[in-house]
Design a protein around this ligand. Structure first.
Ligand code: PLP
Length: 388
């Protein structure tokens, strides 16, 4: 079945609920056992995943996990209380003292901070590589490398990574590869097919899609599931029941939303490219983007998040633009139905040559009409010029 059909059919069982189309929200801490024997079986685990306790899964979490694993083409899925907590579970599961972790330079900023500020205390060496390195990753591998992490396209500057090339090198060294797929979602980039062992998604963004939840997802192959599942349980990280319901609801419309996000982003990016105030655009869906060929090869679509660099302007000019936007809100997060714009300063270690001349802004295109969004931006640029 195609993804559009999968997201509308998976994870619900009307027959089990008197014909009710949607599965109910299971709010619980306690799950009762009928007999001592049943309790003992559940407590042992025995390879299956019985419902034991609210924190370790309910029928709602299980249904959503199974839907997302199917959509991703991976064997297993685990839901967490945020994208960041999914990352932390993954790192704690895969790394140990004395190990070495390889990270792309265009990594999501909060993960970057976590790796720099927390991991060294546990004796883990963290190294950043140029995101566009491809098979050159081989030169960074050490005998103690425990995980290679990817994020394609990268945060803020949207570098596409040659994931299959990195996977090929990693396989030769028997090193697992994990990738953050929040930008493309499992719908527009199948990381499983690209050879990635473990994928991270912040459901907070497109999968939830309505700016009303914070949630994370880990999907992985059979091989790594027992290890990650163990750490996941031990860390006690779980999403709330309301969040799971809202995420499952958001998922149903993901394909139509992404289509519109993409169309709006393309319209706006093409328009911005023609504006004299704009220096460059970072969006792999544009034919002249350095990552375009890889994007075409590895993705089936682009989401609505991209960036652009302005020609140098004063802080006052930038404020004149951003302080009075009618439709674009100024806020972190992205992937919701409402458009956002935010200035950013990307931190780069392995690619110090990246030095923007003017301010850089990230846009998350919502589901408004692109004509209205372009008008809002045009007015903003006008205010910026007038404030010179
Ligand atoms: C937002 C984000 C995360 C973290 O998700 P939260 O739900 O905010 O913790 C991880 N990766 C990327 C690429 C993100 O944009």
């Amino acid at each position: 079945m195609k993804p559009e059909t999968l997201v509308t059919t998976l994870g619900r069982e009307p027959e089990a609920h008197e014909g009710v189309v949607n599965a109910p929200v299971y709010r619980t801490s306690t799950i009762l056992f009928k007999t001592l024997a049943e309790f003992e079986t559940c407590e042992r685990g025995d390879g299956v995943r019985p419902l034991v306790y609210g924190r370790t899964g309910t029928p709602s979490t299980r249904a959503l996990e199974e839907s997302l694993a199917a959509l991703d083409g991976s064997d297993h899925a685990m839901l967490t209380c945020s994208g960041q907590s999914a990352i932390v579970v993954l790192l704690h599961a895969m790394l140990s003292s004395g190990g070495h972790l390889l990270l792309p330079d265009s990594l999501y900023a909060t993960m970057r901070k976590y790796c720099i500020e927390e991991l060294p205390r546990f004796g883990i060496e963290v190294e950043f590589y140029n995101s566009c390195i491809g098979k050159g990753i081989a030169e960074h591998i050490r005998p103690n490398t425990q995980l290679i992490y990817c994020e394609s396209p990268g945060s803020h500057t949207f570098e596409m990574q040659d994931i299959p090339a990195i996977v090929e090198v990693a396989r030769a060294h028997k090193i697992p590869v994990a990738a953050d797929n929040t930008w493309a979602t499992p719908l527009y980039q199948n990381t499983t097919k690209l050879g990635v062992d473990i994928a991270i998604n912040a459901c907070t963004k497109y999968i939830g899609g309505h700016a009303d939840i914070v949630m994370g997802l880990i999907t992985c192959s059979k091989q790594y599931y027992p290890t990650i599942r163990r750490t996941f349980r031990n860390m006690g990280i779980c999403p709330g029941s309301e969040e799971v319901f809202l995420c499952a609801r958001g998922l149903r419309s993901l394909p139509v939303r992404l289509k519109q996000h993409q169309q709006n982003a393309l319209s706006i990016a093409h328009w911005l490219r023609e504006q004299p105030e704009v220096e460059r655009i970072f969006y792999p869906a544009l034919p002249d983007d350095p990552g375009h060929a890889l994007w075409k090869r590895d993705c089936t679509g682009a989401s609505g998040l991209f960036s652009f660099e302005l020609k140098p302007v004063s802080k006052k000019q930038l404020a004149a633009m951003l302080d009075h936007m009618q439709l674009f809100g100024m806020g972190v997060s992205w992937g919701g139905y409402e458009s956002l714009i935010l200035p950013f300063r990307a931190q780069r270690k392995a690619t110090p040559q990246w030095q923007p001349k003017g301010p850089t802004l990230r846009i998350s295109t919502g589901l408004e009409h692109s004509d209205d969004l372009i008008t809002d931006l045009a007015e903003g640029l006008k205010r910026m010029k007038a404030a010179a």
